[in-house]
Ligand binder design. Structure first.
Ligand code: SF4
Length: 378
């Protein structure tokens, strides 16, 4: 896999457009046993990647899990949306390697209208206003997380297909450091062109996610702030989590919330911003002159599990209820055995009921998750 060119190998089969799943009886939106509403689905459509970022991949293991036909992801997404999912994020590996990703986005975007017509399973069943009045999820938010290498060529078609937003993973703004991290020469210029193309296509403000590692790229903090203010992107610094393929994580490599905030304040005084939505993972800031937005996502030093609204589907159709789960739940086998939409929904509800309360990073007995980040999808 890793030897393959950046030009992807994918199936080009058309996506059969079956009707939306019938409404499900049952008790309203997906909620776990800790009372958290699960509204945010992340779907990995491949675990192949055209980068080999040193803190994520060992560089030797290629893709390890299969991919489903896009029609299967679409069916699964439809069932999740009919259970109250409001945000669908497509991830990978590198999702833009799936050539027909735009057709999947186009079909998922259809859910914004198809549910608008139907009466909603949430009518009066504890659903919120957006659902009860106009059906399932008329303003379904569809996003992609990408490394940006293929974005410049695809930004407009992704937007035209119905994509709402794009998040680009960048861990440096110095071309040499960038190439050293990704192990792909010339990658910085490609990604910068992708960010600009996405802004131009109306997918802005583009979010840029940077995973910070001490002694590795934390010397990029100042340059990143200037980059974000100049390019008009929303910058998110993310604490390094023990999700890598290799075993390089240690508490010492983490730039914690308080330290990072102090280092940003030294660049220019920070001004806190209110959260965008419940369950948002970032602490948002602008600067004293109002230019730029920076977020700090601190799952290690300031865990936010209490408001977690996320569930993930891996590229091979397994549900992961937490990034740090020790188990996968094989939803695809239900579909593959000919299960109905009701069967899929029942399976999903049952799995969500088992969702972990939180991660245990840094605690005695903490176990690394059964899959690394590239095989989960972020
Ligand atoms: S660690 Fe698990 S429970 Fe905590 S926020 Fe992340 S996915 Fe949710």
């Amino acid at each position: 896999m890793e030897g393959a060119s950046n030009q992807e190998r994918v199936s080009t089969q058309a996506i059969p457009t079956a009707a939306a799943p019938a409404l499900f009886s049952g008790a309203g939106r997906l909620t776990d046993s800790h009372g958290r509403a699960i509204t945010d689905l992340r779907v990995s459509v491949t675990d192949r990647c055209n980068y080999r970022c040193v803190y994520c991949r060992t560089g030797t293991d290629g893709a390890q899990y299969s991919e489903l036909p896009l029609a299967d992801y679409l069916r699964i997404i439809r069932v999740f949306v009919s259970l109250g999912i409001e945000k669908v994020r497509l991830t990978g590996g590198e999702p833009l390697l799936r050539r027909d990703l735009t057709s999947l986005i186009r079909e998922v975007a259809q859910l914004r209208t198809s549910y608008a017509a139907d009466s909603s399973p949430f009518d009066g069943a504890g659903g919120d206003s957006r659902h009860s009045a106009r059906g399932g999820s008329s303003n379904l938010d569809i996003a992609v997380t990408t490394n940006g290498h293929l974005l410049a060529a695809q930004a407009q078609s992704l937007r035209d297909a119905g994509l709402s937003r794009v998040t680009v993973s960048m861990d440096a703004v110095d071309p040499e450091v960038f190439a050293r991290i990704t192990r792909v020469p010339g990658s910085y210029d490609r990604v910068l062109a992708g960010v600009r193309a996405a802004q131009a296509a109306g997918l802005g403000p583009v979010k840029v996610n940077c995973v910070l590692l001490r002694g590795f790229n934390d010397d990029q903090i100042v340059a990143f702030v200037h980059f974000a203010r100049t390019e008009g992107v929303i910058l998110r610094f993310i604490e390094f989590m023990p999700l890598e393929e290799d075993r390089i994580w240690s508490p010492d490599t983490v730039i914690g919330y308080d330290e990072l905030k102090a280092r940003l304040n030294a660049v220019r005084p920070l001004v806190p911003l209110p959260g965008n939505a419940p369950g948002e993972t970032a602490q948002r800031f602008t600067f004293d002159d109002g230019i730029g937005e920076i977020g700090i996502i601190a799952p290690v030093s300031r865990a936010f599990c209490g408001a977690c609204s996320r569930v993930r589907l891996t590229s091979d159709g397994k549900i992961r209820t937490c990034l740090f789960s020790q188990t996968d739940h094989d939803l695809y086998s239900v579909l593959h055995r000919g299960g109905s939409d009701d069967d899929l929904a029942a399976y999903i509800r049952n799995v969500i009921a088992q969702k972990e309360a939180r991660h245990h990073i840094g605690e005695p007995g903490f176990l690394k998750p059964s899959r690394s980040m590239v095989h989960i999808g972020g």
